[in-house]
Design a protein around this ligand. Structure first.
Ligand SMILES: [Zn+2]
Length: 158
């Protein structure tokens, strides 16, 4: 399951719309071990293709160093499909090298409505996962705490 902030979803969709009809790609970085995407990092599609994406190799190298220095990992790796559904292609599966990442696909084939889906890709096997979009990560933690506060937890004032 991918829990993700709404502004990050909006940023990926906007990037996908901007680069349409070519595929857009990028990464959402987050603290190592958190599974929480926090930082939007759009990348250049070096292939500049409507059917394929490839991170620019210099950018990718720089990104790798930056993440290492910040103790961050690519929590989400996203790209767009501009004429087909938001499902990983055979090529996408072949180049998926991060078994711990959420692979997000945005389809811009419909000019009005976008598709937004997330997958795990491990050893060539694709598994779709549910996506929960939240306004803030803190809010979902608060909800969790509230749901665990029963009458027994109310302090007795008398
Ligand atoms: Zn693709």
């Amino acid at each position: 399951m991918l829990v993700i902030r709404r502004d990050l979803v909006d940023a990926m969709v906007a990037h996908a719309r901007e680069d349409h009809p070519d595929e857009a790609c990028g990464v959402l970085a987050g603290p190592e071990g958190s599974d929480r995407p926090e930082r939007f990092i759009p990348m250049t599609n070096a292939a500049r293709s409507p059917t394929f994406y490839q991170f620019d190799s210099m950018e990718q190298l720089r990104l790798h160093r930056e993440l290492e220095a910040n103790d961050e990992v690519p929590v989400v790796i996203y790209h767009s499909h501009t004429a087909t559904e938001a499902y990983p292609s055979r090529t996408d599966v072949n180049i998926a090298a991060e078994p711990g990442a959420h692979y997000v696909l945005v389809s811009t084939r419909d000019p009005q409505e976008h598709e937004f889906r997330s997958y795990r890709i491990v050893d060539g096997a694709v598994t779709e996962e549910p996506v929960e979009i939240v306004d803030a990560y803190d809010a979902s933690i608060e909800r969790f705490m509230l749901s665990n506060t029963g009458p027994d937890d109310v302090p007795d004032c008398r």
